[in-house]
Design a protein around this ligand. Sequence first.
Ligand code: ZN
Length: 424
Amino acid sequence: MNHYILTNAIVTDGFTFLHNNCDIEIKDNRIVKIGEGLARNNIKCMDLGGRLVLPGLVNPHHHLYSALATGIGPLGPINNFTQKLEQLWWPLDRSLNTESIYCSAMNGLIQSVRYGVTTIVDHHASMNAVNGSLDIIKKAYNEVGVKGLLCYEISDRMGEDALQEQIDENIEFWNANKDNPNIKGLMGLHANFTLSEKSMKKIAEQKPGELPIHIHCAEDGADKDYCQKLGYAGAVDRLNEFGLLSRESLLVHCIHLSEKDYALLDKIKPNVISNPESNANNNVGMMDINKIKKYVLGTDGMTGNVLGTMRSHFLQRHGNIKDPMNILLKNIADMMRGYFPDITQLQEGSLADLAVTNYRPVTGINLDNLFYHLMFGVQGKEMYMTISEGQIIFSDNTIHSVDEKQLNKEISTAAKKLHETYYA
Ligand SMILES: [Zn+2]
């Protein structure tokens, strides 16, 4: 039986309470008690030495397929965003096979866990290994012991037959995992500008009504121009015209929007995911946080580090962010609750998903200054311990759910082969 008490911690859910000298009792996969001086009753205790404990973190937009890309360069000159896709990301995803899809997912998930992330929303592409790719990624999630939403990013770039295979991969995975408590499916679309009118129509006709889309939306000016040349007001308007937009949609980036697009966001209220580090890296501009007030932050394949991404966002905006704790925890709970009811709920009775930071505050900490302790104390560094559904999957700088030493050998071999294929 999995039964233990974490002692001597600072524990917060980010909103309603922050307790010093606090214990957390965990039994099987749930938090049973939170409080000061819990009865030990011969239960195994682990002293956290005054460290700050947060709910397990959520990454609402990641690309695990890029987790073996570190060190590779583009195949040709890059002068704009589209060329970056053509010269780097598309040749990379075309080089993936079943082995490298798995190893890339494992590498990306392990990095996420090290930063206290226990739920990851992935947007996958592997154009020469589409069928079954989401099951491979699911296997990696199960082995590492994390939760998430998976989808395949549909686009026109491999032709019509391939498009149908990508649609099928999404729908079949979603259907097969409807009752899975840890992994569920979405309908992944790459972006408006890589989907023709004919393709959008095909997607709209085949997509079950209750299956939400997950799409890069108005990341670059090229996406807006493409939609406007077709006669739409913008990227959001085009999705809406095809009947693809709903409250549950995941719209990623939302930078280059028209007034009608903003009005549609206000009316329909889909989930908006900003990715500040990726946007800076791609030089595509920044989302207008005065116009889009409710949003969450993703890493877009840059890292697995959610708190580090918030720190970048905070610095890029010169500290002017409204309700940052909502962005980190509350908005994301609103977005994910339909899939995982316990998400970011650090309370008695909820699933024990916890991020134990490696930070022991020496200055006073309370709910009002918590965010600044996260920015200047925790600083987006690796965690001390990560707990997913009661299992300690990371502590002492070691991932416990997998044999990391053996796995790293497999990952290195797969990465070498992937890079050779990429440059061939
Ligand atoms: Zn992305």
